[in-house]
Design a protein around this ligand. Structure first.
Ligand SMILES: [Zn+2]
Length: 115
């Protein structure tokens, strides 16, 4: 007759504790992950999307998993981006792809954290 949750000596369940860090949603695939496991993007004054490598830029941010599929999906979906950033217009620099793709490749081959 052991019922769960009874008794004054019940310990808090460690599994219920939050993971280390705030959880954010990938804009591309919708998966929830800890902040640090995602690429953070911000938008500058002119509306250009920038990679927030240090997770330090102010303003609204949007997140994508660190992987080609999600990053490409993220950058393709301008409607979602403008909603996430609350901007009518977001501009994606052509070289942003290059920066991201080379960064992701580096990460995969060297285990570096790039964003
Ligand atoms: Zn994703």
């Amino acid at each position: 007759m052991n019922k769960n949750g009874g008794g004054p000596g019940a310990l808090p369940d460690p599994a219920e504790r939050q993971p280390a860090g705030p959880v954010r949603t990938c804009l591309a695939c919708g998966k929830k992950r800890i902040n640090r496991e995602l690429c953070r993007f911000a938008v500058d004054k002119e509306g250009y999307i920038v990679v927030d490598q240090e997770h330090r830029l102010g303003g609204r941010g949007a997140y994508a998993c660190r992987g080609n599929a999600c990053i490409h999906g993220f950058l393709k979906n301008k409607k979602k981006l403008s909603r996430a950033f609350r901007r009518q217009k977001v501009i994606i620099r052509e070289d942003l792809y290059g920066i991201l793709v080379s960064g992701v490749k580096n990460e995969q081959s060297q285990g570096l954290r790039t964003c």
